[in-house]
Ligand binder design. Sequence first.
Ligand code: SF4
Length: 409
Amino acid sequence: MAQRALLRPIGLASPAFARTHRLARPFSTVIDAPVHPASQPAPPQKPSSSVFQDALQATGPRMNWTKEEISEVYNTSLIDLTYAASTVHRRFHNPAAIQMCTLMNIKTGGCSEDCSYCAQSSRYDTGLKASKMVNVESVLEAARIAKENGSSRFCMGAAWRDMRGRKTNLKNVKEMVKGVRALGMEACVTLGMIDAEQAKELKNAGLTAYNHNVDTSREHYPSVITTRTYDERLATISNVQNAGIHVCTGGILGLGEKPQDHVGLIHTVATLPAHPESFPVNALVPIKGTPLGESQAIKFDAVLRTIATARLVLPTTIIRLAAGRHTMREEKQMMCFMAGANAVFTGEKMLTTACNGWEEDKQMFERWGLRPMESHETVGGQQEITQQQGNDAVAAESQASSQSATATV
Ligand code: SF4
């Protein structure tokens, strides 16, 4: 007998029997010899939707997604969803390359906006001391340190509503951008709302990317922010795109939203004239004193589901595992990387919240065979995936799946 007799008749594993005989885990069967897969009954086949199959076989980005289609992808079983996301991720990106970005606050606090999650809003008593803009030299010194530690992108954030009447500040920011680019790094800024002219000036200074999150779905947005509209956010994104700067725009999970708001968030960015170069997924870090300061943490499966859906819907975009990563264990982070996340913030601090440090990340990368993405290695998924390459990849995958006995999605 190849299989030792710890296999029990079903009746013996009944809850009553388990209670009296301490069989707490009726499935803990011990088998001495491997079971040949051919001898096992085939698992029931669940037809995948055509939307899901289309997303899985994408050869490039598409901008005509409907909310219903994204919802169908989002609501696919998580095991199938993450597998599919991983498959698409490998078609468009090197799965070992993770972009390391360092984010520096160049002007802290005192912001007039009322974003319910933000420590830097002057409307909330969070204990944060507002400060003036830091000087160019100290920013470039921080960028140098970030580069030495493996970061290829340096992001600079200022707590401003917009750039109106900030000529001197803009001049200094442009100097910072030039200096960061001269170090061979990608430069990103987040300065609030900007107009077309300011976007052009930043482009001419060499800016790689501009971050301006839409935060959540259009429907949920008014319960989070009231001092500027969703459309004002989209107008800034449009100014950035029109100036030829890469757009970094994403959201925050855990703002009291519903799953359909994750779908709505992805739908907003997926239907922009061009997909953003980068889509940050933040998990709210509740800040005491803000209206969302006592919020429950978002569940990990919702974070993973959002990342995997974003990977399928935005195949060429860099997906950034942003705020809240420091609260995740390494295994959870790895699940996110496998499901398509390929950028992190790393360094001493991330704006006003804690951040995983370079050393910790380097060790994690080494354990899992990851490496820091090179500067401009994959900016905006613009790594020239041609239609033919995409088709070839799909053909190779379907040939491989027809030759193997492994499960397909
Ligand atoms: S605009 Fe930015 S800095 Fe100002 S409150 Fe909102 S998130 Fe904070």
